[in-house]
Design a protein around this ligand. Structure first.
Ligand SMILES: NC(=O)c1ccc[n+]([C@@H]2O[C@H](COP(=O)([O-])OP(=O)(O)OC[C@H]3O[C@@H](n4cnc5c(N)ncnc54)[C@H](OP(=O)(O)O)[C@@H]3O)[C@@H](O)[C@H]2O)c1
Length: 294
């Protein structure tokens, strides 16, 4: 479907508003609904149609994008109007767990609703701009049918029929992001004890972290093979580096809470006799046994 078919956006928070604006600017007749109807005012002045009820909103378009706080809010909104959604496509943009996505997909299938789940790898100002990526999984035919409209929001990546996969991948990427920011904050607290501003530290931290990302595929070879044989920087070496980091943090009056879990995982691997194996072996302390390579 390449024409400018109608689209409905439910939820006009920071993300939903930008999503509606991008669709509107691309020429899609866009109907919007938000619990607090005031939030639709700007979009209406830009040409959107404001629906007064969720039923009226979904009735206006074959494609319904939902972007509210959480899955509980989504279910609260959609469950009472299942019959009105039958035959339409719901794309759930709201962040949730893979289990919540799969359960909602099952509910949708039971009511004749085509369901696609999404993880939005973007912040509001990024929507519709380079760098914005939207992850999708679920009903592939529905995804392909509406892909031209979805592509307006960012680069679309398809993960397959399991509705939970887009969310799983989204949360995995966010885990990497949160631990990276936490690591930056720990470093900023350390250099802050010497009067260095976080702004100064951000420059060196950015250069260092960017350089380190080059090693990710190398780390992945250990994880995928389950073979942690290495002759450089093994668990013992890294445990000793973390001993120093933790001690230096304490000496400087910085609580080691953010680096302590890595220290603890390395100590565990060492105690289990893996001192001569690669750092990446700490994943064996956290991943389910069934996912270990044979
Ligand atoms: N912001 C980001 O950078 C970002 C990035 C990726 C993913 N996300 C995800 O995208 C979703 C929306 O985020 P956001 O930043 O747009 O959040 P937001 O600005 O806080 O907006 C939340 C939206 O949810 C609505 N809502 C909350 N509870 C509701 C309920 N019980 N019934 C109906 N509507 C309800 C709010 O309506 P009212 O206006 O009436 O309160 C509002 O439209 C979240 O799941 C978030 O995790 C956000």
């Amino acid at each position: 479907m390449t024409d400018h078919h109608p689209v409905t956006v439910i939820g006009l928070g920071a993300m939903g508003r930008e999503i509606a604006r991008v669709l509107l600017e691309a020429g899609h007749p866009t109907t919007v609904w938000n619990r607090n109807l005031e939030r639709a005012v700007d979009l209406v002045s830009q040409g959107a149609t404001r629906a007064d009820t969720v039923v009226a909103a979904v009735g206006a378009s074959p494609l319904v994008l939902v972007c509210v706080l959480d899955y509980a809010a989504t279910r609260e909104l959609l469950e009472p109007i299942a019959a009105d959604l039958a035959g339409r496509t719901v794309v759930q943009l709201t962040t949730g767990t893979p289990k919540q996505a799969r359960e909602l997909a099952e509910w949708a299938a039971g009511h004749g609703i085509d369901y696609v789940d999404s993880g939005m790898m973007a912040t509001p100002p990024m929507i519709g701009r380079p760098g914005s990526t939207f992850l999708y999984s679920g009903d592939e035919a529905a995804f392909e049918r509406y892909r031209p409209a979805l592509d307006l929001l960012g680069t679309s990546r398809w993960f397959g029929a399991d509705a939970g996969l887009a969310s799983l991948y989204d949360l995995a990427l966010l885990s990497g992001m949160y631990t990276m920011f936490a690591g930056f904050l720990h470093g900023a607290a350390m250099v802050g004890t010497a009067g260095v501003s976080a702004a100064d530290f951000a420059e060196s931290a950015g250069d260092w972290l960017r350089a380190m990302t080059v090693s990710l595929p190398y780390a992945a070879t250990f994880v995928d093979s389950g073979d942690y044989t290495t002759d450089v920087q093994d668990v013992e070496f890294n445990k000793s580096a973390l001993d120093v980091i933790v001690q230096a943090s304490i000496d400087q009056g910085v609580a080691p809470d953010l680096v302590a879990p890595i220290h603890e995982l390395l100590a565990r691997q060492l105690a289990e006799g893996h001192g001569k194996e690669a750092f990446d072996r700490i994943i064996e302390s956290i991943r389910p046994a069934v996912t270990r390579p044979a």
